[in-house]
Design a protein around this ligand. Structure first.
Ligand code: NCD
Length: 310
């Protein structure tokens, strides 16, 4: 048996049964969410603090909703008005939060490794909600849940992760999770946006969308992360869309049943055409958002009941 986790910092290094435990519990929350019958006493008396040092819509709101649906007291620390702007270091902030006895700390930060650093300094269970270009574990879990529900499992699938893989923590977490669960992963993008030695992560690399999407079960598009680019890696948005933007013609190379995914926020007309993103028969982008709440409920629940934080 894999040991229960105290924190959720990364997918890398997790065992398949640990991943499956999150997915199975999340599955049970999907129906409860749909019927409005969530167990609001599960986290009663527990405190969850959301600390987002980078922009977020879906992730922050879904952690907040997840905590509330399980009955936790949820506090959203507003970084824009916190002492962080007075020069307080992350560790001083952590010490302050620690003194307040919070149980669960959700953190998004521009520096890779910030959640791991925090986890060494606080009593609370720390959940990585995205750190730099490193990992975004709950996104990979919600993607996996979406795929599993639609295609019946993860074993033996071929998944193409396309676009700005270089800057994507979503891609990294998905590569680790999908590989661990028995899927084959391809990364598809221009050479400037694929990490050097990507093959060492156990993926196949393609620079051509037609070849990369050929016969795949899932097409996962990534946002072009201009804010992380220190130099021009893409000639122009228009040029990028022509070669790497997902439109109906490129999608036709994938298997007929292939799912279209995107973690959001989307740059429509840059990495994905609206006709594909909004196609109810192919796109599961909205479902990903729904699964996000269920997965985060499962994560909060498992980390606060694993015994490690009692
Ligand atoms: C992703 C992120 O922040 O890493 N978004 C998300 O959490 N839904 C992807 C992105 O910003 O492109």
């Amino acid at each position: 048996m894999a040991p229960p986790q105290k924190h959720l910092l990364a997918i890398e290094g997790m065992y398949p049964p640990q991943i499956a435990a999150y997915l199975d519990l999340a599955e049970s929350f999907v129906l409860l969410n749909r019927t409005g019958k969530t167990p609001r006493d599960r986290l009663r008396g527990r405190t969850l603090i959301n600390m987002f040092f980078e922009d977020s819509t879906r992730t922050r709101v879904s952690f907040e909703l997840a905590g509330k649906r399980l009955g936790a007291d949820v506090i959203n620390m507003s970084v824009a008005t916190s002492s962080v702007n007075k020069g307080e270091t992350l560790l001083d902030t952590a010490a302050t939060l620690n003194a307040m006895n919070c149980d669960l700390l959700v953190i998004r930060h521009a520096s890779s490794g910030a959640p791991a650093l925090l986890a060494q300094k606080v009593e609370a269970a720390v959940i990585n909600a995205g750190d730099g270009t490193h990992e975004h574990p709950t996104q990979a879990l919600l993607d996996a849940l979406t795929i599993r529900r639609r295609l019946g499992g993860l074993q033996g699938l071929t998944v193409a992760i396309c676009g700005d893989v270089l800057h994507s923590r979503v891609a990294r977490s998905n590569i680790f999770l999908l590989s661990a669960m028995g899927s084959r992963v391809r990364v598809v993008g221009p050479p400037t946006l694929i990490p050097p030695a990507a093959e060492r992560l156990g993926v196949e690399v393609f620079h051509d969308m037609a070849a990369g999407l050929d016969g795949v079960d899932v097409v996962m598009m990534l946002r072009l992360q201009q804010e992380r680019m220190t130099r021009g890696l893409v000639p122009s948005a228009r040029e990028y869309f022509r070669f790497y933007g997902l439109d109906e013609a490129k999608l036709a190379h994938a298997a007929p049943h292939a799912l279209v995914m995107h973690p959001g926020p989307m740059n429509r007309g840059v990495e994905i055409a609206s006709t594909v993103a909004d196609d109810p028969l192919r796109s599961v982008i909205r479902e990903q958002v729904e699964m996000g709440v269920a997965v985060r409920m499962a994560v909060l629940d498992l980390l606060s009941t694993s015994g490690a934080n009692q």
